[in-house]
Design a protein around this ligand. Structure first.
Ligand code: PMT
Length: 399
């Protein structure tokens, strides 16, 4: 299984809020991610955005008026509801939330909400005082108790000009929430996966470190892919510039010693550990207490290093161990040697000298090697897609 949006039908309900313009971006992002997006706009929503905007972005049905007998889609609004994999109401006004909670069905959107068996996600958008009003909170509580997923709202600048709680989540974050809801039927639902990411840093003195070029992109992509398949994900991450994906628990570490503690603690009760981090094999024997000063004009400097423990071997039995091998030569031989020495179920052999592969890239070209030494060379793929290929193997190994 790949991206949870691929081939899924999202029924997008847009209601009358200034945040409706963001729903167009959401429809575009979902379509680009492979989803089929059918849209229902309430009459009030059409005051803010045009149906044509959604039709142009999604090339799919857009319903505005339940009683428009000229419109085939309006007549088929129940069919739209029945083929949906998820109903997303974004933005969701206080008025529509109330109707959804009470089961009122007086327009195409609220009728579809009653007619569909798909999970419901709402993205509230309103003034902060409205959001705090007991009636809104009671309707939210009713919807939550019924299994609806409430995404947001966030704090920030509101249409009134005031700063407060009530802003609709940004489309990118909403895509994450939608994937999360769809992932509940994923093949890693109920599994716990620990992933490491980034390059560890070993201090030399208070201002200098020994590190490597890892940006964390590979590990974060695996964590996101595992999340999208329903897993509980713990991401043990060295310093990166990447935002933690929603619903992924991240533990920040710096050195190998910190990563070792975090990984071993996180592995309790875990099903699999995927070590995508670039872990420093050596650290300075001594860490200077003060900044090391330049030694004369031409003087060199020798740094004595000691080996770091390879903590893969300390991971409790019963946790699948998936390693990475970042190599610049003899890729397969070096990777196979690591499968044996680290007792791995699978290793991801990564020639970091290849174009589009390795450190900092959005793509990677890797070879998967199993415990028996069998190799499968994958094409150049996005790191997210590589993550899914690794997870496909984990799903098989866990059977
Ligand atoms: O983060 P990006 O910029 O996206 O780059 C991705 C990547 C190139 C870092 C990634 O794809 C990758 O190859 N990661 C593994 C890099 C690495 O450390 O390989 P290694 O061959 O040195 O180590 C082999 C395995 O042993 C790794 O899974 C490593 O995490 C683990 N190890 C290493 C040393 C150590 N002391 N303890 C370990 O457990």
């Amino acid at each position: 299984m790949a991206n949870p949006l691929e081939g899924k039908t999202v029924l997008l309900g847009v209601t009358g809020s200034i945040a409706a313009y963001k729903a167009a971006d959401l429809a575009s992002k979902l379509t680009q991610a492979g989803a089929k997006v059918d849209t229902i706009l309430t009459e009030n929503a059409t005051q803010f955005v045009a149906p044509l905007t959604f039709r142009s972005l999604t090339h799919r049905p857009v319903v505005t008026n339940l009683f428009d007998l000229e419109s085939e889609e309006a007549i088929e609004h129940v069919a739209l509801a029945q083929r949906a994999d998820i109903l997303v109401v974004a933005p969701a006004t206080a008025h529509t939330l109330a109707k959804l909670a009470l089961g009122l069905a007086d327009d195409a959107l609220t009728t579809a909400a009653i007619a569909t068996a798909a999970p419901l996600m709402v993205a509230p958008a309103m003034d902060a005082h409205m959001w705090e009003h007991p009636s809104v909170q009671e309707h939210i509580a009713t919807l939550t108790a019924r299994g609806a997923h409430v995404a947001g709202p966030a704090s920030g600048r509101l249409a009134s000009g005031l700063i407060g709680h009530g802003r609709m989540l940004e489309p990118e974050a909403l895509v994450g929430h939608i994937k999360l809801v769809l992932a509940q039927s994923g093949d890693l639902n109920g599994r716990k996966i620990v992933v490491t990411a980034g390059g560890t840093q070993e201090p030399i003195d208070p201002v200098r470190v020994v590190t490597n070029h890892s940006t964390g992109k590979m590990g974060y992509a695996i964590a996101e892919a595992a999340r999208d398949r329903g897993a509980d994900v713990i991401l043990v991450t060295a310093t990166t510039n990447i935002v933690t994906p929603i619903n992924v628990t991240s533990i920040n570490v710096t050195s190998v010693a910190e990563m070792r503690t975090a990984v071993l603690d996180s592995c309790v009760g875990a099903d699999a550990l995927v070590m995508a981090a670039a872990v420093s094999d050596y650290r300075p024997t001594q860490v200077a207490e003060q900044k090391i000063k330049k030694n004369g004009q031409d003087g060199g400097m020798t740094l004595e290093m000691v080996k770091n423990p390879d903590f893969f071997v300390e991971v409790p039995a019963g946790v699948l161990r998936i390693g990475f091998a970042a190599e610049t030569e003899n890729l397969l031989d070096n990777a196979r040697a690591k499968v044996d020495s680290k007792a791995l179920s699978l290793i991801v052999a990564n020639d970091v000298t290849k174009e589009g592969s390795g450190f900092g890239t959005d793509t990677n070209q890797v070879t998967l090697i199993d415990a028996a030494g069998e190799a499968e060379e994958l094409p150049l793929l996005s790191k997210y897609e590589v993550g899914h290929r690794i997870l496909d193997r984990i799903v098989e190994l866990l059977k």
